[in-house]
Ligand binder design. Structure first.
Ligand SMILES: Nc1ncnc2c1ncn2[C@@H]1O[C@H](COP(=O)(O)OP(=O)(O)OP(=O)(O)O)[C@@H](O)[C@H]1O
Ligand SMILES: [Mg+2]
Length: 494
């Protein structure tokens, strides 16, 4: 029998009446790269929190490096050799790289005096383990996401970690940064450190992992060698469903355009963008990260101001100077980073859904019609299959895919003509992605004009009736969906 580093068996935990983990097991061997996958909300982050003593389990056993883990605290887990790179990295933005690296050591060691020279030494050594080139005196808030991640990893290495857990580390990274991260992961592996890599992205799982475990609905579905896995099996294990992707065809196209851009320009971001969008269409806008695609989306929603050119709604020029103007003109926008822009996370799920239609639900704009509000919330929770035991719960209790649905519900509730989505399925699992695509196709089928800004080419090709390619701020190509391919788009993008 292969020896195991971590052996968690029959783990159970509930939050109120949500059975987050019903019965899962996870076995990680020393020095392996193990991928934990599963749809949003299946319990991936929860098992990590149990292993690291953040949550106390209701049942099951955990053994790490040959020792039984009873009731443990996060400090116990660190001392045993487990490190977690959280999605937000848990760094202090206003401190320097060096201070961030130092702080934890000093706290963990319980010393009262901080030996800066020693700290610098340790920091330098930690950083060198990843071949990572960074100014130790730089403020963390000035770093890119990838750099912050490397600081967090370097910090993790200061503790003789035997296991480093990375919770969806690639979500906010560019392709190049992902590659750099994978190099680091392989380097850690070569030093004998095991990695638990949480992801629901197929290609990543195949590329990086030795073995895999898949959860669904708080239960263990499959575990084994990644070599024995293929696309089809992976998708089925994750979702329990088999998919056929439906290609969108625009049927009820409005006679007149509902939205027109006429030479829209934002100095330094995009130039002379013109197109017409009809109700019932799904228009794709695709381009590389710095092509101007996001600024264009923001300008149509009034979050950034175009410097010249016109926006027309139903043939009439309109001024969209702020999101309020956009909403008045029935234009909605689902941002790329739903967590910082799209949701009021601490507020309840229900509040988030009805936030943009407050006017409709209040009498005299003062008294809130609670019955109407609850009915409206219930309608959208059902319509978009948002998985929650209670819409009164905070949005933070939801998984990524479900948070994305709230952002959608929020907009759909206010009866739009145009819905712009930037990266609608970034960080969302296969099943939710499929559902979101179906929802968008259905909405367009009902006459909504939809714009999808995305660099996920299969997504664009499958769901859009037309595709515009933006490069260095200019629309360089327009494809009709029937004669577009990934290769043609890539050629136009580069
Ligand atoms: N503190 C909490 N209170 C209540 N419910 C919670 C809490 N933490 C997690 N849950 C619920 O437990 C379930 C599992 O959540 P978890 O965050 O582990 O999912 P996940 O697999 O990490 O999803 P994602 O891919 O979206 O990150 C979800 O239904 C979630 O709403
Ligand atoms: Mg998670």
């Amino acid at each position: 029998m292969a020896n195991s580093l971590l052996k968690a068996e029959h783990i159970k935990i509930s939050f109120g009446n949500v059975h987050a983990l019903r019965d899962v097991s996870l076995e990680i061997r020393p020095g392996e790269i193990h991928c934990l996958a599963g749809e949003n909300g299946c319990g991936k982050s929860t098992i990590v929190k149990i292993i690291t003593g953040v949550y106390q389990r209701d049942g099951g056993t955990i053994e790490f490096a040959g020792k039984e883990f009873g009731k443990i605290t996060p400090i116990d887990a660190i001392n045993a050799g487990i490190q977690v790179i959280y999605q937000d990295f848990s760094l202090f933005p206003n401190l320097t790289v060096e201070e961030n690296l130092a702080l934890n050591t000093e706290v963990a060691s319980g010393k009262k005096m901080i030996h800066w020279k020693k700290v610098q030494e340790i920091a330098r050594e930690a950083i060198s383990k990843t071949n990572f080139d960074i100014d130790l005196k730089a403020k963390v808030e000035a770093l890119t996401v990838a750099q912050k991640q490397m600081v967090a990893i370097s910090r993790a290495l200061m503790y003789n970690a035997k296991l480093i857990i990375m919770d969806e580390p690639t979500t906010a990274l560019t392709k190049k940064e992902v590659k750099a991260l994978f190099d680091v992961i392989l380097q850690l592996k070569s030093q004998g450190i095991a990695i638990l890599f949480i992801s629901h992205k197929l290609d990543e799982v195949f590329e990086i992992s030795d073995r895999f475990t898949i959860f669904r609905d708080g239960k263990l579905v499959a575990t084994g060698n990644t070599k024995e896995l293929d696309d089809k099996k992976f998708t089925f294990y994750m979702t329990g469903r088999e998919f056929e992707d439906k290609k969108f065809e625009a049927v009820h196209i409005s006679e007149k355009p509902v939205l027109e851009l006429d030479g829209l320009t934002m100095e330094g971001a995009f130039q002379d963008v013109s197109f017409r969008l009809h109700g019932g269409e799904i228009l794709g806008i695709t381009g590389l990260l710095d092509s101007g695609r996001t600024e264009l989306g923001l300008a149509m929603f009034g979050m950034r101001r175009a410097t010249s050119g016109r926006i027309l709604r139903n043939g009439e020029p309109v001024v969209i100077a702020n999101p309020g103007d956009a909403i008045r003109h029935k234009i909605g926008y689902v941002p790329e980073d739903r967590l910082s822009e799209g949701l009021f996370l601490p507020r309840s799920i229900g509040d988030n859904i009805i936030i943009s239609e407050i006017d409709k639900l209040t009498r005299n704009k003062i008294i809130f019609d609670l019955k109407k509000r609850d009915a409206e919330v219930a309608k959208w929770v059902q319509e978009l299959e948002i998985k929650t035991p209670d819409p009164g719960n905070a949005s933070t209790t939801l998984s990524g895919g479900n948070q994305q649905r709230i952002v959608l519900a929020k907009w759909l509730a206010c009866d739009l003509d145009v819905l712009i989505l930037n990266g609608p399925t970034v960080g969302v699992d296969i099943g939710s992605k499929h559902d979101i695509h179906n929802i968008l196709q259905k909405l367009a089928g009902n006459g909504l004009a939809v714009i999808i800004i995305s660099d996920d080419l299969p997504e664009v090709i499958q769901n859009c009736s037309r595709v515009l390619v933006i490069r260095s701020g200019r629309i360089v190509k327009e494809f009709q969906s029937r004669d577009v391919s990934e290769q043609l788009i890539v050629d136009a993008m580069m």
